[in-house]
Design a protein around this ligand. Sequence first.
Ligand SMILES: Cc1cc2nc3c(=O)[nH]c(=O)nc-3n(C[C@H](O)[C@H](O)[C@H](O)COP(=O)(O)O)c2cc1C
Length: 336
Amino acid sequence: MSFSNQFFANPVRLLAPMEGLTDPLMRQILTQIATDLGRPYDWSVSEFIRVTQHVLPAHVFYRYVPELHHDAKTASGTPIHIQLLGSEAQLMAENAAYACELGAPAIDINFGCPAKTVNSHRGGSVLLDEPEVMYDIISAVRQAVPTDIPVSAKIRLGYTDTSRMDDIRGAITDSGADWLTIHARTKTQGYKPPAYWDKIQSFNTLDIPVIANGEIWNAEHAQNCMAQAGTTHLMLGRGAVTRPDLIAQVDKSHNQIHQNYQNSENKTTLCWEDLIAHQIKFLEGKAKTDVVLVGRYKQWLGMLTKGYCEAQILWDSIKREKNKAVIIQALQTSAK
Ligand SMILES: Cc1cc2nc3c(=O)[nH]c(=O)nc-3n(C[C@H](O)[C@H](O)[C@H](O)COP(=O)(O)O)c2cc1C
């Protein structure tokens, strides 16, 4: 089944899966902001769920993707696709089928994770050196899940270098993947700029949609990425956490703010004052403990300092603060 018309009728904008960063709470906040600004994300992908020895119990899927309790959508209505990471084709297939039973609207397979522990167990980006295993996994998953549920893959350009790109492309074509997201760097290149958007071009010979990802921090980067990669489909990662209005900025310059989505004030920028309420919501969100929540908030605030000068001032004043209530108070005063 081709999902091109259903999912890719217009250029898609996706919020990237980022373990420990775009968790359910952050997804809730960022998808809400995008929706309020008139350009909702088309979907987001969950943090990777690692498949090692058995079919994971339901509670694990619900923990990673509590949105499954709500039609697999965030409160603002953004669908969440489930990402699996593993190397055993049959086990991946069984887990994917179960995720679909629990309500996953699509399955994404991770071939990009650079973590040592994951790679040493033959998961994530290390499989880019074994395109035949990639083929086995994707085709097993494709066969195991209902035909109306898409199966996609997320890759990097290679493991240590780009020499296997032709084989990777072949594996993706033959496996029946419904679309492909490419983080335009090798595993060895980590997360350091630049991203090699032009290398994505060669994947456009595939007859499935290709989504470009990596190092998009502003609208100009997005334009350059689309031009160099030869695709209009983008996944936004750290840039979307640093500037939660990035998606609206990108589509303002790409004339993609849909009439139906336009908010009453036609705002595409989220000023610091408006971001404060979202930060407070984050701090009032669910986490194991307040210590965890405050730690996670500081991680976000640290990233926001790259996008908002006000964030730097707040950071300087609360960086040693552990009390959530005090931080909320500081946030409220930072509006004035
Ligand atoms: C903290 C962090 C965690 C990540 N976790 C995942 C993950 O779980 N699954 C995945 O496919 N990619 C993961 N990624 C990669 C991102 O989805 C994205 O490909 C990468 O950050 C490049 O995009 P960017 O330069 O816009 O951030 C992660 C990246 C970061 C920074």
